[in-house]
Design a protein around this ligand. Structure first.
Ligand code: HEM
Length: 288
């Protein structure tokens, strides 16, 4: 028997033509049609700030996802993240503890299970508002790339370690275990890969500054989405590389593997079955 995505989804319990999540029955067609938008897509030039939050804001600021940051459904995110950044559907579906339809503002609370200390450009929640861009932390991070035109994994590891040490010194509530390490290595990987490709770790430093400082896709500087998609697997490999290049300690006896990123995202949601319920089976179809 041929096992199609649709049959997997149906097997996982999606039976209504228009379900609670607003998932169309042609989800298989959606998943198989994903690709980055063409280089001349008008949205690359159509930038309206401000968003609020992280890499998602840049997509909202260019209209790849709803500009007002509201009513994010899974099919909408799968399409927008593919068109704007060539993110694979497996990545987009994984960090979805909110399920259904959510607003970007919902992501920026300390209760959201992906939030963590020692961010590149945000404050620790114990030290201030963890949501807005916080330039002192960002300057500490990005200064490691002074004099370089492109990023590289050893320098990104050092910069990340500096943020770790700064939070450790300043934050009496500093919380940093495997979960936090994997998530924050994952976020380093997200900008490294979306701004270059899923393998090299060599992003133009000006692209990086544009993304973080303006929440803008660096299209005017010549950037376009990677031709190859960025997946949980490609992120997992680079998370392990960054960790391997870092002096940063993680709890004794634990190691970070290439599957750790996927495993942590699925775990913060509550496991595969809960994720499958939240996504009405799409996560199962994607092997999560
Ligand atoms: C469904 C998709 C996504 C969700 C739910 C999500 C959620 C979040 C959350 C809650 C944070 C804050 C973590 C913290 O620093 O405490 C964060 C950080 C971050 N996200 Fe996302 N995100 C998503 C997609 C993306 C994408 C596609 C990119 C691509 C560039 C991205 C890049 C980043 C970066 C670079 C940070 C780190 C900010 C920093 O350390 O200062 N995210 N994300």
């Amino acid at each position: 028997m041929r096992v199609t995505l649709a049959s997997l989804i149906l097997g996982a319990g999606v039976i209504s033509a228009q379900s609670l999540l607003g998932l169309p029955l042609d989800i298989e067609a959606l998943l198989s049609s994903l690709m980055p938008a063409g280089a001349n897509d008008p949205r690359f030039a159509d930038f309206h700030p401000p968003g609020s939050g992280d890499g998602m804001s840049s997509l909202a600021n260019h209209g790849f996802i709803h500009r007002d940051g509201k009513k994010m459904t899974i099919p909408h995110l799968i399409k927008g993240l593919a068109e704007g950044l060539n993110m694979g559907a497996d990545f987009t579906v994984a960090p979805n503890p909110l399920g259904g339809s959510f607003d970007l503002d919902d992501l920026n609370t300390h209760n959201f299970p992906i939030e963590h200390d020692a961010s590149m450009s945000r404050q620790d929640a114990a030290l201030g508002n963890a949501q807005p861009f916080y330039n002192p932390n960002w300057q500490q991070y990005i200064s490691f790339f002074d004099g370089k035109t492109t990023t590289d994994i050893p320098t990104a590891s050092k910069a990340k370690f500096a943020r770790y040490q700064d939070s450790l010194a300043k934050n009496p509530d500093f919380t940093y275990g495997v979960r936090e390490a994997v998530l924050s290595y994952g976020e380093n990987t997200l900008y490294l890969q979306t701004l270059s490709d899923p393998v090299s770790g060599k992003a133009n430093v000006e692209y990086v500054k544009t993304l973080f400082e303006q929440e803008k896709l660096p299209c005017e500087l010549g950037w376009r989405p990677s031709a190859a998609p960025i997946t949980l697997a490609s992120i997992g490999v680079m998370v392990a590389e960054l960790n391997g290049a870092s002096p940063e300690p993680i709890p004794e006896g634990l190691e970070i593997f290439t599957d750790s990123y996927k495993d942590v995202l699925v775990a913060v949601v509550g496991g595969s079955r809960i994720l499958a319920n939240l996504t009405e089976g799409i996560s199962s179809a994607l092997g999560l």
